[in-house]
Design a protein around this ligand. Sequence first.
Ligand code: K1U
Ligand code: ZN
Length: 170
Amino acid sequence: MAVLPILVAPHPVLKQKAKPVAVVDARIAKLMDDMVETMYAAKGIGLAAPQIGRSERVIVVDVHEKGETPNPIRLANPEIVWSSEEKGICEEGCLSVPEQYAEVTRPLAVRVRYLDEKNEPREIEADGMLATCLQHEIDHLNGVLFVDYLSLLKRNMILRKVQKQQKASA
Ligand code: K1U
Ligand code: ZN
């Protein structure tokens, strides 16, 4: 397994629509493993393949609490097949928009259809942080960042701060 560098906004790959995976073979299973390792190394609760420069429809999530056993979920071609009408506000962050946080309104619960690491079709129903994280990661596959839900003023403020940080650390 490998820890891979994470792209930072405004990298163009983060704005592309990622391509579906034809089959979850050894190449995709290895990508999923590398993404889990990269997510843990970055102390994230999710990661989408475009964030490591791979424009493919693959995400990983793990929302386990401190002291609980890790529980990574690997998903290829994830698709939201149901979302609750009830919405909630959650503070979101993003490893591609480092150290910036903002409140985003999303459906409170979702059902997601996907292929697992063995190419088996599965569905997961989620609420709470897992539902938020799944929606955030699926957005990445469509070139959408959490800042795209904010006003133009807030979005530009955050993106300018990120660019300033990046320049200062280069
Ligand atoms: O996609 C990513 O960049 C990962 C992102 C996932 C995420 C966090 C919060 C809400 C929705 C999706 C992160 O893991 S950011 C870092 C983080 O661990 C975190 C930040 C804010 C709240 C909870 C966790
Ligand atoms: Zn993100």
